[in-house]
Ligand binder design. Sequence first.
Ligand SMILES: [Zn+2]
Ligand SMILES: [Zn+2]
Length: 67
Amino acid sequence: MKTTKFCCESMQYHLEYKCDIHKDAFECPDNLIFKSKKNKDYGIIIHDGGNSFITIKFCPWCGKKLT
Ligand SMILES: [Zn+2]
Ligand SMILES: [Zn+2]
């Protein structure tokens, strides 16, 4: 088994997701998860046209604590 920094495949998919059309994660409706590089917070992006996100402490898919 290879070591991974992701808790599950769903989280890996969403964190590594890159859109060809939208350069900014907040502009892409397909982009759900945001990881802050500053304080390492995880969040669910709210697509309200701004840069809002809800900070999450646990993975929405597998329920593991996010580190
Ligand atoms: Zn997970
Ligand atoms: Zn997009």
